[in-house]
Design a protein around this ligand. Structure first.
Ligand code: SAH
Length: 571
């Protein structure tokens, strides 16, 4: 389940929010900016709840139920499956499930109420009568038909009894009206539902399909094999393939089409020197740690189905294709991190990066492993990330700002470029952009990058100083606005002064300069000055220096702050 967003409006709700948070690994507390600080800041409640709801994120709002209802009301009419939405009293005295009956809102209400030591305000008839939502079986099970399910529950509520066929351990302590000879039956089976109106069919996800085929028709072949055995597609738990096929696009597409995780297993005898396509049933043997029955092996032995007695957790089968996601955190504040980066962090098993940035990206759950390192060990970190990812882990490498701007994305690609390890090549690699320091600083100042500009790192650690001088001269001659990263450090004390000397040969002393320090972080500062007045003592390694072009200008309105911008046109 996606971890819920726990939304608060003021400091009075924070303690309760933190208690709710303990129920859900990965859940974050979203707090109204300016009122209270928590994990994620938002600026307007209605817009924020809208966005969360539209994205399908479960919502636990610590405010009046009425407020929550008004905020999401405009979205309610044409929503198929809605996420759970709950209102919780900010002092923790009431838990009210509002929406998302089929997505487990009542179960959440019970969990949260238990953590807060109160009774949940459950209002769903079936749930009240039987103590559970029969139509919302636990993880590892899937309901065959919702329409049929609704009819079934209304029959039960009208006073009918039911039989239970098959293993339904979650119904053991439920007060269902049971009778052995009942007309109605809850049937837990991997077999496909035959359309009979008297049955509520629930499929345990207990079938694993092993495939050694490639191509575009894998999903169809698996569905045909299930069909041949009258097995429901919903009883499929995972698709299993040989480890050598990890990079195969057709397999990823098939798993997606079937709506199941894709897992991989290797066979000891399939050595790279002697690549033999392992028979599908051997794969099952290698990957399944529980007893199972082989249902089917096709003529070429490249497709096999295994049926286990109980639902099987896909995470226990072989291993996943590893992922490596390089993200940018933005300049510092959670608000300026893009949602895709947030998502990668939630899904990560391992997080790598320079200590300061890893801390900025946290807090992390107990099941997530954090590998903080010194900032200078970039290539080593990149290789470590690939090693972890090729073991099937979900690895995130964090950079500040944008990962592609003087940061880890290029180091990660450099490591991959230099490697011919097929395990590294099979890793799913994604790079998620972020708000770079130049953009964040420019936005605070106004629009100094409103016309042509360039970004330069003044660090001569990885390039000779002569190159930097040449680039500065050319950029100055071309009248480009310049954004300086890494402007100065203790190990590089004279370079900035030298750079400014070069610029002063080409630009007037009145040229606008913007200095942004720790933008988006606590204690941030922004000032504007001129090229003539700028001293290297005004700048440190946490500063972004933006040197204006001949047209960059500043103005103030009334007693207000100054705005700096570069017009879009040229005189
Ligand atoms: N990938 C980062 C840049 C890393 S280089 C990005 O896209 O922003 C590090 C340099 O970026 C620092 O020396 C400083 O010049 C600048 N920088 C990074 N974060 C900053 C911030 N929050 N405020 C101002 N400058 C920052």
């Amino acid at each position: 389940m996606t971890p819920p967003a726990i939304v608060i409006l003021g400091a009075g709700a924070l303690a309760t929010a933190r208690r709710v948070q303990t129920c859900y690994p990965g859940a974050q507390v979203h707090a109204l900016q300016g009122r209270v600080e928590a994990d994620v800041a938002y600026t307007e409640l209605a817009a924020h709840l809208h966005e969360l709801y539209a994205r399908g994120t479960p919502i636990v709002a610590l405010c009046a139920a009425g407020i929550v209802i008004r905020c999401v009301a405009p979205l309610l009419s044409n929503k198929g499956v809605e996420p759970p939405v709950l209102a919780v009293a900010e002092d923790g005295s009431a838990v009210v499930p509002l929406l998302g009956g089929l997505a487990g809102v009542n179960a959440m209400a019970r969990e949260i109420a238990a953590a807060l030591d109160v009774a949940p305000a459950i209002t769903t008839s079936g749930e009240l009568r039987f103590g559970t939502c029969v139509l919302n079986p636990p993880d590892g099970y899937a309901l065959a038909s919702l329409t049929q399910g609704k009819r079934f529950v209304s029959d039960l509520l009208a006073g009918e009894s039911t039989r239970v066929e098959g293993d339904a351990p979650w119904l053991d302590n439920v007060q269902l009206p049971r009778a052995t000879g009942a007309r109605l039956a809850i049937r837990v089976t991997p077999k496909a539902w035959d359309g009979g109106a008297d049955e509520l069919v629930i499929h345990p996800r207990s079938v694993v399909a092993a495939v050694c085929v490639s191509g575009t028709k894998i999903a169809e072949q698996v569905l045909a094999a299930l069909d041949a055995h009258e097995l429901a597609p919903l009883s499929l738990a995972a698709l299993l393939a040989p480890i050598e096929r990890m990079g195969d696009q057709g397999l990823s597409e098939a798993a997606e089409a079937l709506g199941v995780p894709l897992r991989f297993a290797g066979l000891p005898e399939a050595s790279p020197a002697q690549p033999s396509a392992p028979a599908a049933s051997h794969l099952l043997e290698a990957a399944l740690r529980v007893p199972y029955q082989t249902l089917l092996q096709d003529a070429n032995a490249d497709l096999a189905l295994a049926l286990t007695r109980a639902p099987i957790d896909p995470d226990t089968i072989g291993r996943a294709r590893g992922r490596l996601t390089v993200i940018g955190l933005g300049p510092g504040s959670a608000e300026l991190m893009v949602p895709a980066a947030r998502k990668a962090l939630i899904e990560a098993t391992d997080i790598l990066g320079y200590e300061t940035y890893v801390k900025m990206a946290g807090p992390f759950r107990a099941d997530q492993q954090v590998h903080g390192t010194d900032n200078r060990e970039e290539m080593q970190r990149a290789r470590h990330a690939f090693e972890l990812a090729s073991m099937g882990r979900a690895v995130v490498v964090v950079s500040s700002g944008d990962p592609g701007v003087f940061a880890m994305a290029a180091a990660v690609l450099e490591a991959l470029d230099a490697s011919d390890d097929p395990r590294w090549a099979a890793v799913i690699l994604d790079i998620v952009p972020g708000v770079s320091a130049a953009m964040a600083t420019a936005a605070q100042a106004g629009a100094p990058l409103g016309h042509d500009f360039c970004m330069l790192s003044l660090s001569d650690n990885l390039k000779p100083w002569s190159i930097i001088e040449t680039r500065l001269r050319h950029a100055a001659q071309a009248d480009l606005v310049m954004a300086f990263y890494n402007p100065i450090s203790r190990a590089r004390p004279w370079q900035l002064d030298k750079a400014l000397d070069i610029l002063r040969e080409h630009r007037a002393p009145e040229t606008k300069v913007v200095l942004g320090r720790d933008i988006g972080r606590p204690g941030s500062s922004l000032r504007s000055t001129t090229l003539g007045e700028l001293r290297s003592a005004d700048v440190d390694m946490r500063t972004m220096v933006i040197i204006g072009s001949s047209t960059t200008r500043g103005f103030t309105r009334g007693a207000q702050r100054e705005w700096v911008y570069t017009p879009r046109w040229y005189p």
